[in-house]
Write a protein that binds this ligand. Structure first.
Ligand code: Y43
Ligand code: MG
Length: 201
């Protein structure tokens, strides 16, 4: 049995990562906006990654009428009381880009000695009939005072991982996709994904 899952994200960086992570499932075909599907921007107005992730998956599953996977993720910084958190994508305003977000983070962290932060990812798998499960993963790191590396996306050039002595902007993509917040949430989904798909609609 071959299953189709639609990736409910408009973020190219996430699409690339999920494509890589899903390579191991030879009975799952992962579809995305890059295959010509269109869907609306879901309003991410909830207070947690889990709830925003569920909202994205459930709304888009109804539209595309397929199983859907969504990810709501972001960066929580200790010295900033957990900001940017669920506002990570819009940290620097309405027309925020990775570049303007990183600039704002550097500015807010300028005089901070406490540099700890963590990435969080909430992944939801949903069916068109409204069944869903959500899995959360995280990874701890340090926020640098300048950008290093140009791999990955988002805040990656500022996110330093002690164990590898590299930022996510420098780390090999394969390695990032094995240890990241998204990878850690995926490892939990992995245990249940076939059961969820087999149960059908
Ligand atoms: O591995 C990551 N490496 C770097 N930055 C990351 C990562 N994971 C999340 N982030 C940042 C990017 C964005 O500022 C926010 C996610 O916001 P989030 O709403 O979940 O994604 P999005 O709006 O880019 O795409 P979409 O909602 O269509 O899935 O956190
Ligand atoms: Mg978003």
């Amino acid at each position: 049995m071959k299953y189709k899952i639609f990736l409910a994200t408009k973020n190219r960086g996430k699409i690339d990562e999920f494509k890589d992570i899903f390579k191991k499932y030879n009975n799952i075909e992962l579809l995305s906006m890059l295959d010509g599907y269109e869907f609306h921007d879901v309003i991410e107005d909830k207070e947690t990654f889990e709830e925003n992730s569920q909202k994205k998956a459930l709304e888009i599953a109804k539209v595309v009428k397929m199983f859907v996977i969504s990810d709501d993720s972001g960066l929580e910084v200790k010295a900033l009381d957990g900001r940017p958190g669920v506002y990570s994508a819009r940290y620097s305003g309405e027309n925020a880009t990775d570049e303007t977000n990183n600039k704002k983070l550097l500015k807010e962290m300028k005089d901070k000695t406490e540099r700890e932060g963590k990435y969080i990812s909430a992944i939801t798998i949903a069916s068109p009939s409204g069944k869903y499960r959500t899995y959360v993963g995280e990874i701890k790191g340090k926020i640098l005072d300048k950008e290093v590396g140009n791999k990955g996306f988002g805040y990656d050039p500022l996110f330093y991982v002690e164990e590898y002595k590299k930022t996510f902007g420098e780390l090999d993509e394969k390695l990032k996709n094995n240890i990241s917040h998204r990878a850690n949430a995926m490892k939990k989904l992995d245990k249940e994904i076939l059961e969820f798909l087999k149960a059908g609609e």
